[in-house]
Design a protein around this ligand. Structure first.
Ligand SMILES: [Zn+2]
Length: 208
């Protein structure tokens, strides 16, 4: 099944500034007219950091935009402002942090991009419906459970890391060609691979 063209349209209608009633473009943290800080609103994480809804983002650019906005929202800048402005700047900073953390994580970004495209990766409780994926997951779990030495655990980790790299490349290609079904499968795969690496790290401490 290939899902195409289901990306919802962005709401781009400007909102009215709470302070001067002037127009404020969606996701703009400050009023362009009176400079008052605005409520964070419903903008998605991409728009909040000035990106279109695409998977392949330059992490350096994500960081640069994040730090620039973070500076403008720093609590010191609002120390002498009204309680309302202090609260709004905090709400903006919270939304900004959430956007940054989501977009910087390849897995979190994939899950989120699918969600805003109307697809929940693990929402139906039957996440590993793909038999090949299920087999692979069980096999790698087994290899980890049977690993008795640090070297054996490391070998499982190395394999899971290599497969995770391959999954990220698959996800990137799938999103680039609007093949959301493949993006979802790749995201499910990356979910269990990331979890496996995490569990293997814990296991490494016990066999060392
Ligand atoms: Zn204003």
């Amino acid at each position: 099944m290939r899902l195409r063209g289901v990306l919802p349209r962005l709401t781009t209608a400007p909102l009215a500034c709470w302070s001067c009633a002037g127009p404020v473009p969606a996701a703009e943290p400050f009023c362009p007219t009176c400079k008052a800080v605005q409520p964070p609103g419903q903008a998605d994480h991409f728009r909040r950091l000035g990106f279109a809804r695409i998977y392949d983002l330059d992490p350096k650019l994500v960081e640069r935009r994040y730090f620039e906005l973070q500076r403008r929202l720093h609590p010191d800048r609002f120390a002498t402002r009204s309680p309302k402005e202090r609260a709004l700047s905090q709400a903006q900073a919270t939304s900004l942090n959430e956007a940054y953390e989501t977009l910087m994580d390849p897995l979190g970004r994939a899950v989120y991009l699918l969600r805003v495209s109307g697809i929940e990766v693990g929402g139906d409780g039957k996440t590993v419906a793909d038999p090949a994926l299920l087999m692979e997951a069980m096999e790698m779990r087994e290899a980890l459970a049977e690993a008795r030495t640090p070297a054996e655990v490391d070998a499982v980790v190395a394999r899971a890391r290599a497969e995770a790299d391959a999954s990220r490349a698959t996800i990137s290609r799938a999103f680039a060609s609007s093949d959301l079904a493949s993006a979802r499968t790749g995201t499910l795969r990356l979910t269990y691979l990331d979890k496996l690496v995490e569990d293997a790290r814990a296991r490494r401490l016990n066999v060392a």
